[in-house]
Design a protein around this ligand. Structure first.
Ligand SMILES: Cc1ncc(COP(=O)(O)O)c(C=O)c1O
Length: 374
């Protein structure tokens, strides 16, 4: 037998393991999927939008390939966001757009800069394309109840001078903080390609930077239908992008990168009035959840809460053991939260904001855990 060797740089790649499918967890825990509270993927907790279900049930011509340019969807985004079509590109999730940007603009001798911790896709794709990923670690500061990651902005700016691509998530995943516009302005004035990932901007009290395009020709703002619009399973994201960069990405992308269901569903989602209402509910539940966590914390000083501008809350624990045992306890009860095995994050759990009634169950279980109950 001939063993075919994988290319050297990928031989020891740390793969990006996405969230486990519900069905697999239900089988493992021997409970129905409907009893699982899924808070590990920053997904939208609501049922699909009625407009989306309607559009999907009337899908036609799926025997033909989809529109390679997503023209109608782009028109709909342009109207909604007050942009022009030449400044919009659609991808199979914003993940695909990050990948296209790296593929198109990073040579093997270039580097990509981000803060750490941040969205894992950056280090994963850097490995895949053999590009150096440089990080500036943020510093964790804590007070009585809250923890916060703080970036040494001068250090980051300095590092950015040596990078080809700079990635920031605004709000950042996993902690939900937002870098100031003033700081982003200092980054965009450098000769770099700046990717501003706004996957969670709808949940924040900050403005999108979408209107910086086309004023600047070196910034791409990424948005997604996976979070606020609840279409994670259909994989649709978009970029607000200078026309020259858009043309480059269109020239190298897979022709049929966004399928018909995704395109139709996204168009329908843009027309729904429920989206805004659900965002308001999620933000309300987020504040309620933080207050409840604070009450638990008054009894048990075992963790710190990160104030978040996104649809998740990061908790930093005193020890990795507590983080892990709370994760395992919640898992055994069918509550899935994000656990981190990497050394710099082992003290943390990230909990997505779900439906209010489910977050109440989560709070009850966390209380029980700290009381030593079952
Ligand atoms: C910061 C950030 N950007 C992008 C994504 C992925 O978005 P999409 O589903 O559009 O690929 C995620 C997913 O969790 C994320 O946390």
């Amino acid at each position: 037998m001939t063993k075919i060797k994988i290319v050297d740089r990928l031989a020891s790649i740390k793969s990006y393991s996405g969230v486990k499918p519900l069905e697999a967890i239900a089988e493992e825990l021997q409970i129905p999927t409907s009893n699982i509270i899924k808070l590990d993927g920053n997904e939208n907790p609501y049922e699909p939008l009625p407009e989306v279900l309607n559009a999907l049930s009337s899908l036609k011509r799926i025997n033909f390939y989809p529109d390679p340019l997503c023209s109608i969807l782009i028109q709909s985004i342009a109207i909604k966001e007050n942009l022009i079509a030449n400044n919009i590109i659609v991808g199979s999730g914003s993940d695909e757009l990050i990948e296209l940007l790296i593929k198109a603009y990073a040579n093997p001798y270039d580097s990509i800069l981000s803060v750490s911790p941040t969205f894992g896709m950056i280090s994963f794709l850097s490995q895949v394309y053999g590009i150096k990923h440089v990080t500036v670690p943020m510093q964790l500061v804590k007070d009585e109840s809250f923890a916060r990651y703080i970036l040494d902005e001068a250090k980051f700016l300095d590092a950015a001078k040596h990078a080809k691509i700079v990635f920031i998530a605004r709000p950042n995943n996993p902690d939900g903080t937002v870098l100031s516009e003033k700081f982003v302005e200092s980054l965009v004035s450098l000769p770099i390609l700046l990717i501003v990932d706004e996957a969670y901007i709808e949940f924040s009290n900050y403005q999108s930077l979408a209107n910086w395009i086309p004023q600047y020709d070196n910034i791409v703002v990424l948005r997604t239908f996976s979070k606020a619009y609840g279409l994670g399973g259909l994989r649709v994201g978009y970029g607000i992008i200078p026309n020259d960069i858009r043309k480059v990405l269109v020239s190298i992308k897979q022709p049929y990168n966004v399928n018909i269901a995704g395109q139709k569903a996204a168009i329908a989602a843009l027309s729904s009035h429920l989206v805004e209402k659900r965002i308001i509910e999620i933000k309300k539940t987020r504040e309620w959840f933080i207050n409840q966590l604070k009450l638990i914390q008054n009894q048990n000083k075992a963790f710190w809460i990160h104030r978040s501008e996104a649809c998740y809350i990061l908790l930093t624990f005193e020890t990795p053991e507590v983080a892990k045992s709370l994760y395992e306890y919640l898992y055994s009860k069918g509550i899935l939260v994000r656990y981190y095995s990497s050394q710099d994050m082992v003290n943390n759990l990230r909990i997505s904001i779900g439906l209010q009634e489910n977050m109440e169950k989560v709070i009850d279980k966390i209380k029980l855990f700290f009381k030593g109950g079952n």
